[in-house]
Design a protein around this ligand. Sequence first.
Ligand code: FPP
Length: 251
Amino acid sequence: MKIYPKFTGAELEKLGLTGNMPKHVAIIMDGNGRWAKARHMPRSFGHRAGMEALQEIVRSSHSIGIEVLTVYAFSTENWRRPESEINALFSLLVEYFYKEIDELDANNVKIHVLGDLSRFPAKLRELMETAIDRTALNSGLNFAIALNYGSRDEIVRAARAIVQANLTPDDITEGIFSEYLYTNSISVPDPDLIIRTAGEQRLSNFLLWQAAYSEFVFTNTTFPDFTPEAYYECIKEFMRRTRRFGKVLPN
Ligand code: FPP
């Protein structure tokens, strides 16, 4: 089992990571299929390679001091994929939660799952619930996995829950609305940086509400090839940008 190092200021400087470190990074992990196709391998092989890449990204997020890492692992639209691919992804998730939980827990990582889990196989649900409960009191990196997640679905569910709670129109503020979103369970700031791998430049129904002021970095690297070094390059790009939140900055 690996205990993740925490980089010192000097180590961060050596990596070029000086500046405003994002607190919350979200990643759309795309390109597993293309990575596999380029190697004449089945798509599930690409997802496995993606899972391995993800573990390195979790480790490096801890090392550089990211507070929240959110990843898009399965969207509400992914049910349209062939059953064999969906099943392979589920098996991989079972393996992930089964194999990695000890290491994640030992490194003080707190696991969250965003999305409607009711459609998942019971075994996977159980493993996820155990992982969430076991790490609930951890205070290190918050690691949120979006599964059967879709932003429009999240917003519609929030609206329904607000109606069911009998809130009056005046009660409904942006803050109150946010409390009804899946991300409320993480109780952390919105993503500062959203990275999408594999060249596509769209959000694909990911964190539409939460992305209002996020910076976007798109990279052509497919997710299985997304090494910690490639990740640090995206963070450096974020650090070069100036975020104004609609205000004018003083000269
Ligand atoms: C998108 O690539 C990726 C996914 C739909 C699944 C992401 C899953 C993982 C990285 C593996 C396991 C995750 C966890 C949390 C352990 P794609 O298949 O759409 O690639 P393509 O666009 O090249 O076809």
